[in-house]
Each structure stands twice: as structure tokens, then as C-alpha cells.
Design a protein around this ligand. Structure first.
Ligand SMILES: C[S@@+](CC[C@H](N)C(=O)[O-])C[C@H]1O[C@@H](n2cnc3c(N)ncnc32)[C@H](O)[C@@H]1O
Length: 269
């Protein structure tokens, strides 16, 4: 049976892993697997190629639909204004972008910035159905080198994506760079449930049921094993707050959702 302490990294290991991600050190990790750093981005692209077609459905199934609520809460907390210009890093199938597009109105603009074309394409019909095609634009690119000038956006956001970026701190540095002074950054990411018995149940669900459903429905047990592994390698909320502060963000706050399964960080440039 699973023991949480064996699958959630120890504090020291998580810190080492974060330092290695930032330093360009080799090797790095893809889930629990140690791989050559040069291979990571290609592995991430292949991973999302394999899940893109089923991504939205699997998200709703595996989270019992709760991810929609988390995303709504996250975008609401950003308090966007009509006319704002927003960057959705690792924007994928555009759920956050659609919510932001509603808030920024016809005078505003949201860019979905994602390295994976299949993921972007999988979200196009949702944007069209909402009538937001004129408010949402797309750039296929790497979050480590965002192709926008400094101080360009009123707000930047990333949902469930920064975990996959090879140099994760670099991704946040880019979100900081392209943000206007005074602008808001929001990160919605998975984390470790705070109540130990609930965490145990969540671990069972993550390592037995998720991969089973991943294989049954999306045809990939491996993709849905990588997902819970990568979550368990990611910095805990206080560690992420420290990282954001080191990068230069101020007024860093976070809010736990569903006992900490997901966490919203907000920060100001
Ligand atoms: C789990 S999905 C999240 C999609 C969406 N934000 C959501 O909340 O549903 C992660 C996304 O990050 C993208 N991604 C991963 N690494 C990236 C990188 N280095 N640069 C840009 N996008 C990346 C993937 O292609 C994928 O679409």
C-alpha cells in the first residue's frame, strides 16, 4: 500500500530539485524518471500530444468537474478590468483564457501561450463557441522565452502548466518580465493536501484510479502516471511563495483549494 512519505518528496529533495531546475544542471526529472535535461521539453510535448484529444474530458472526469470551479475562483481573484491585456502561459485548451476574456471585455485581449500545437487546437472550438475568437490570440512558444516585450501585460497567469517547464523559475521570471509594474501574476497549480488521511486517499486515487482511467479512456496509462508524479515533485505553497519573492514579485499570497489539492498564488510586479 502507498505511504505518503515515499511518494511526496522530502523537503530537502524538493529544494534540490528546484535548484537543479533553475541551474541548468543535468539530469532533470520527468515525473519520477531521471532524464537528460535536453530531452525534457520533447518529452513534455510528446506527453501533451498523446493526451490533447482527451484532455478536457479527462480533466473533468478525474477532478469530478471541480477544475472548472478552481479556474473560476482563480480568475475571479485576479480582479481583471475591461480592456486589460492578459498572457495565459501554458494556456493549453484555453479554459483560463476564456474566463479572462469574459472579464476583459471586447476592448481587452488574451494571449494563449503554449508550446504544444495540438493542445491549442483542441481548445479552438470552445473559444469560437463562446464568441471570443476576436479577444483571444495564440502564440506557440516556450514559456522559458516568452516572445513579448518587457512590461507589456496587465496580468499574467499560468494554470497547471509551470510544473512542466524545464527551467521552472525561468518561466516565472518571464512572466515577471512581460508584466507591467503593478500588474498581477496568478499561478494555479496542484499541491499536497494538508489533512494527512485525505492525502492518503488522494494518493490511492492518484496512483491506482487515475492511471487506470487514463488507460481505459485516453489510451495512456503512462501519461496519467506522469501526472501524479510531477505533482509530487513540485514546490509546496510556502516554497513557491519564496521563489516568487526571490524573483522580484511582491505581496505574494496563496489560497488552498479543496484541502490543498490545488493552490492559487497571486503576486504583484
Ligand atoms: C496541464 S496543461 C494546462 C492547460 C491549461 N492551462 C489548463 O489549465 O487546463 C499544461 C500545458 O502546458 C503546456 N506546456 C508545457 N511546457 C511548456 C513550455 N515549456 N512552454 C509553454 N507551454 C508549455 C503544455 O503544452 C500544456 O498545454
Amino acid at each position: 500500500m502507498l505511504k505518503s512519505k515515499e511518494i511526496w518528496l522530502e523537503d530537502r529533495d524538493r529544494k534540490e530539485q528546484l535548484a537543479a531546475s533553475a541551474s541548468g544542471a543535468k539530469p532533470t526529472y520527468f515525473g519520477y524518471e531521471r532524464i537528460d535535461r535536453d530531452q525534457k521539453t520533447d518529452r513534455v510535448i510528446a506527453h501533451f500530444n498523446s493526451v490533447a484529444r482527451h484532455y478536457d474530458f479527462m480533466n473533468s472526469l478525474l477532478s469530478f468537474g471541480i477544475h472548472h470551479l478552481w479556474k473560476r475562483v482563480a480568475v475571479k481573484m485576479m480582479n481583471l478590468a475591461p480592456g486589460d491585456r492578459i498572457l495565459d502561459v501554458c494556456g493549453g485548451t484555453a479554459d483560463l483564457a476564456i474566463l479572462a476574456a469574459r472579464d476583459v471585455g471586447p476592448a481587452g485581449n488574451v494571449i494563449v501561450y503554449d508550446i504544444n500545437r495540438a493542445m491549442i487546437q483542441a481548445g479552438l472550438h470552445k473559444v469560437a463557441n463562446k464568441g471570443f475568437a476576436s479577444r483571444i490570440g495564440y502564440v506557440q512558444g516556450n514559456a522559458e522565452t516568452v516572445s513579448f516585450p518587457d512590461n507589456h501585460f496587465d496580468a499574467t497567469m499560468v494554470g497547471f502548466g509551470i510544473r512542466n517547464v524545464t527551467n521552472m523559475p525561468r518561466g516565472f521570471e518571464e512572466m515577471y518580465r512581460v508584466l507591467k509594474p503593478g500588474g498581477k501574476m496568478m499561478c494555479l497549480e496542484f499541491s499536497r493536501p494538508t489533512f494527512a488521511p485525505f492525502r492518503w486517499l488522494y494518493d490511492i486515487y492518484s496512483f491506482y484510479i487515475m492511471p487506470f482511467l487514463g488507460e481505459l479512456i485516453a489510451g495512456s496509462r503512462q501519461a496519467y502516471t506522469h501526472l501524479p508524479e510531477s505533482i509530487r515533485m513540485f514546490p509546496l505553497p510556502d516554497e513557491l511563495s519564496d521563489l516568487l519573492t526571490q524573483i522580484g514579485f511582491s505581496r505574494v499570497t496563496y489560497r488552498n483549494l479543496t484541502n490543498g489539492i490545488a493552490v492559487i498564488h497571486l503576486a504583484i510586479k
